[in-house]
Each structure stands twice: as structure tokens, then as C-alpha cells.
Write a protein that binds this ligand. Structure first.
Ligand SMILES: NC(=O)c1ccc[n+]([C@@H]2O[C@H](COP(=O)([O-])OP(=O)(O)OC[C@H]3O[C@@H](n4cnc5c(N)ncnc54)[C@H](O)[C@@H]3O)[C@@H](O)[C@H]2O)c1
Length: 249
């Protein structure tokens, strides 16, 4: 059973990354075409191949989410695939430093990508969703708790708290336009990046989680699709923590 509207279009930022690629695969499996946005030089081959296998149209567009005009032009290009109905904003960067070791330049870069990039993407997607739609912004459990067992990451955590707050504000601003906006807060999730960590570091992180393990990217993508779809028709302004219980204790 599909939960998304087949034949419509989704915009996914950070589409070439670990969680982004899983989101693209889950959306394409629903028969929805996908505009895959990621920074210049990103390798789109994997996600475009996934979309081709699922029989949906797709395009890969190199864009820096910090550039509002460029994001707007990219989302307008997505409209060439059909009606833009869904947006998932995954593009983000990490910065594993405490506040005292975060330079003004690092602070600006992290906040510009993680928070400014989400705003730019939401604005462009909202503009394209003339007949309504649904947006999910990817935040993090770091928005809500200190990452016990991991390095403090001041700018990252603050930027993700901003994503949760911004999503709530946009949800209310755009409720009359039929556009729902929610965020999702993944806990520790296995990607190619975390697989490169020393095993003992991943073991320490997994130990913080009541379920005793990290998430798979598919376990993040599935609730994203739920929030996008009609099963969540009465859900807006919500942050869904998908964290194996990390924030429960
Ligand atoms: N992996 C985790 O444990 C975890 C946990 C919580 C939240 N998250 C969040 O999930 C999202 C995806 O993370 P991931 O683990 O898949 O990481 P990832 O590094 O694999 O993916 C991030 C993607 O964003 C793209 N990107 C970065 N800066 C960009 C920019 N300026 N413009 C356009 N694209 C840009 C990268 O090229 C990359 O493809 C991020 O927002 C991250 O903060 C990840």
C-alpha cells in the first residue's frame, strides 16, 4: 500500500548522503519522482540509479543550500518533473567541538548550512507547493539533549534546535496554504561516515541508547515517509524523535 501520492514530486536536499539516499529510495518506492539536491560535486549516481530501478523520474542538482536564489532555481527545476508535493531537508554538516573551540567562522558555517539551509529549502518548496504539500526537516536528538558519551557539539546542537523551532513556526505560518511542516530528530544512525569510526567509539554511542544499537538509515526514512503522507494528515509542527529511546532516560 502506498502512503504518498504517486506521480507527484519530492524535493530531497542532502540526497547524496546516508540518510538522504535512504529517504530518496523510500520515496521512489512510493512511485513519487524525486529531485535530488546536494552540494556541487556530490555523487548522484547511487540515488539516480535507485530512482531508475523504481521506475520514477529523477534529477540530480548540484546546489549549496546556503544560496537562497540557487535553491529557489533548483526547486523550480524540480517542478519540471511534475507537481511538487513533498520536501525533505536532510542537508547538514557536523562540527564536533565544544563552545570554547568553536570559532566565529565555524559557528556561522554550521548555522548557515544546518539552519539557514533549511529555511532556504522550505521557502522554495512552499513556493512550489501551490496545491498544498508536506515538508519534513531533519533535525537531531542533539536539539533536545546533550549528547552524553559523545563530544560536545555546541554549534551543531544549537543549529538543530533552531530547525525544530523553525519547523513549528513555518507549520503555523503555512497552515492556511495546506502545507504541513514537521521535523524528525534521529538518534545515532549508521551511515558510511559512522561506519568509518573506530568500533569502540560506535560501541560507546550505542551504549547510550536503551535499544542498545544505532539506527539503520531505513529506520529513519520510514518515519519520514509517514510524516510526509496522508496518515499524518493531522500532524503539523511536530518533532518526531526516532532514537531507540535515547531521549527517554
Ligand atoms: N547520522 C546521524 O547519526 C545523524 C543523527 C541525527 C541527525 N542527523 C542529520 O541527518 C542529516 C543527514 O545526515 P547523514 O548522516 O546522512 O550525513 P551525510 O554527511 O551522509 O549527509 C549530509 C549530506 O548533506 C550534504 N550537504 C552538506 N552541506 C551542504 C550544503 N551546504 N549544500 C548542499 N548539500 C550539503 C552533503 O554533501 C551530504 O550528502 C543531517 O542533517 C544530519 O545532521 C544525522
Amino acid at each position: 500500500m502506498t502512503v504518498l501520492d504517486p506521480g507527484t514530486v519530492a524535493v530531497v536536499t542532502g540526497a547524496a548522503g546516508g540518510i538522504g539516499a535512504a529517504v530518496v529510495a523510500a520515496i521512489a518506492a512510493e512511485g513519487v519522482s524525486v529531485a535530488c539536491l546536494d552540494r556541487d560535486g556530490a555523487d548522484f549516481a547511487r540515488v539516480l540509479g535507485t530512482c531508475a530501478d523504481a521506475g520514477v523520474r529523477a534529477v540530480g542538482i548540484g546546489v549549496d543550500v546556503r544560496d537562497r536564489d540557487a535553491v529557489r532555481a533548483a526547486v523550480a527545476r524540480a517542478g519540471g518533473l511534475g507537481r511538487v508535493r513533498y520536501g525533505v531537508n536532510c542537508a547538514g554538516i557536523d562540527h564536533l567541538q565544544p563552545s570554547g573551540r568553536t570559532s566565529p567562522e565555524d559557528w556561522d558555517r554550521v548555522v548557515d548550512v544546518n539552519l539557514g539551509g533549511v529555511l532556504n529549502s522550505c521557502l522554495a518548496e512552499h513556493e512550489a507547493m501551490r496545491e498544498g504539500g508536506s515538508i519534513v526537516n531533519v533535525a537531531s536528538v542533539s536539539a533536545s539533549v546533550f549528547n552524553r558519551g559523545a563530544e560536545p557539539h555546541a554549534a551543531y546542537s544549537a543549529s538543530k534546535a533552531g530547525v525544530v523551532s523553525l519547523s513549528r513556526v513555518l507549520a503555523v505560518e503555512w497552515v492556511g496554504d495546506g502545507v504541513r511542516v514537521n521535523s524528525i530528530s534521529p538518534g545515532y544512525t549508521r551511515t558510511e561516515m559512522t561506519d568509518r569510526n573506530p568500533p569502540e567509539r560506535n560501541a560507546v554511542l550505542a551504549d547510550q541508547v536503551p535499544m542498545g544499537r544505532m539506527a539503520t538509515v531505513q529506520e529513519i526514512a520510514a518515519p519520514v515517509v509517514f510524516l510526509l503522507g496522508e496518515g499524518a494528515a493531522y500532524v503539523t509542527g511536530h518533532d518526531l524523535r526516532v532514537d531507540g529511546g535515547l531521549t527517554a532516560w
